[in-house]
Structures are given as C-alpha cells and as structure tokens.
Write a protein of this length. Structure first.
Length: 247
C-alpha cells in the first residue's frame, strides 16, 4: 500500500529514472505491470535523449574536415618550431664546445643539451600527433571515398551505355549515308535516261505533227471544193488523170 498520491508519484519517478531505491514496492499485479511499463518507457526515453544529444554534439562532415585542416596547420607550425629549436640548440652546443677559445663552461653546455633533448622530444611528439591526425582523417574520409568510388562507377556505367547508344546511332547514320550515296551515284544515269525518253517522245510528236500538216496541205478543204463550179470539176478531174491532153 502506497498511502497517498505523492508516494505513487515518487515510485513512478524513481522507476522511470531507473534508480530503484526500494523504499516503495508494488504488491499487486496491476502495480507491478505499471512499474514494468514505466521502467521500459524510462529506458527508451533515456536512450532517445542520449542519442539526440550525441547527434547534436557530434561534428558534421564539413566541420570535421575544417577541424582536421586547422589541426594540420597547427601541427605543421609546431613541427617547424621544434626543428628550428633542434638546429639552434645544436649550433649553441657546437659553439660552446668546439668554437670556444677560452675554457669551456659545462653549465651552459648542459643547459643547451637539455634544451636540445627537449626539442627532440617535442619534435617526435609532434610527428606522432601528426600521424594520428592523418590516420583519423583517412578513417573519417573513408566513407566519402567509398561513396565517391560508387558514384564514379555509376557514372562510368552510364557513359558506357551512352557510348553504346551513340555507336548504334552512328552505324545507322552510316548505313543511311551509304544508301544516299548509292542513290546519288545512280541519279545521273536516271537523268540521262529520262532526258533521252523525253527527247524521243518530243521527236515523235514533231514527226506526227509534220505528217498531219503534210496531209492537210495535200487534201483541199471542203470550202475550196465548193468554190469551184460544177462544169470545171470535170476538167480538173481530167487534168489530174494520166495521159490527158488539154484541148
């Protein structure tokens, strides 16, 4: 028995947040079912909140690239400074040991040697960090590289399909051009034959017209026959007969 409503709310909150102090425990089956459902809802809500916060706090792809670029520039500067320090301390050690005209001061030599070792340590550390950054950038950009590879493969396949289509079209165009060329080669012969036929037809028409005109010129017209008198017709017929002598 919970006693009042506040104890029930306390039990629900403790169960929802997955704390479970154990000071209040359900006794009935209905209360245990409610506690189980409340615990599942609490676990699900907690997982959702964590996922959303992680998604919001995580850097995007562009931000990761910018961060890697900035870190690369900083590490490059640190590497140059460390290399310069190594060279400087080497020069100081050589100056204080080999080029010293007077007595060599061991304290200054040790000081420069310690600085020399510190510069070498910084140089190695910077190189290790730079190598780690390169590995991290390669792992983060691996997905992009795979996506780019798939995209390039798809583009190559599309280009191959388009190339095959262009080849087929070019072949059809070549066949059509060959047909056109053959027809053009046959065209002069066709023109000459057609002109020859037209010339022959024109000659036949001219000959037929000449014959018709000659026939018309030989045979008198009915009007001219009507103009000749009936007495003179016999004379004309006698004149036209062979062996006739005009009186």
């Amino acid at each position: 028995t919970f006693g009042n409503f506040l104890n029930s709310m306390w039990f629900v909150c403790i169960t929802f947040l997955s704390i479970g102090y154990g000071d209040i425990v359900p006794n009935t089956y209905c209360g245990r079912t409610v506690a189980l459902i409340t615990g599942l809802l609490g676990a699900g809500c907690t997982a959702l909140v964590v996922a959303v916060l992680a998604r919001k706090l995580e850097l995007s792809r562009a931000e990761k690239h910018v961060h890697n670029f900035m870190m690369d520039t900083q590490l490059a500067k640190r590497l140059k400074n460390a290399a310069a320090n190594v060279l400087r301390e080497t020069w100081f050690i050589y100056k204080n040991t080999r080029l010293a005209k007077n007595k060599v001061d061991p304290t200054t030599v040790r000081k420069h040697q310690r600085r020399f070792l510190r510069a070498i340590h910084t140089l190695r550390k910077t190189k290790v960090e730079q190598r780690k950054l390169y590995d991290q950038s390669s792992t983060t950009g691996g997905g992009d590289a795979i996506k780019l590879q798939h995209a390039m493969r798809d583009m190559c396949n599309e280009f191959e399909v388009m190339n095959n289509r262009f080849d087929v079209r070019i072949l059809t165009i070549e066949t059509r051009l060959d047909k056109i060329q053959t027809h053009l080669e046959k065209l002069p012969d066709l023109i000459t034959t057609s002109l020859h036929r037209q010339h022959e037809s024109l000659e036949q028409m001219i000959l037929s017209l000449k014959r018709k005109s000659a026939r018309r010129s030989r045979s008198p017209s009915p009007q001219s026959r009507s103009l000749v008198p009936s007495n003179d017709r016999g004379r004309l017929a006698a004149i036209r007969r062979p062996g006739h002598v005009d009186q």
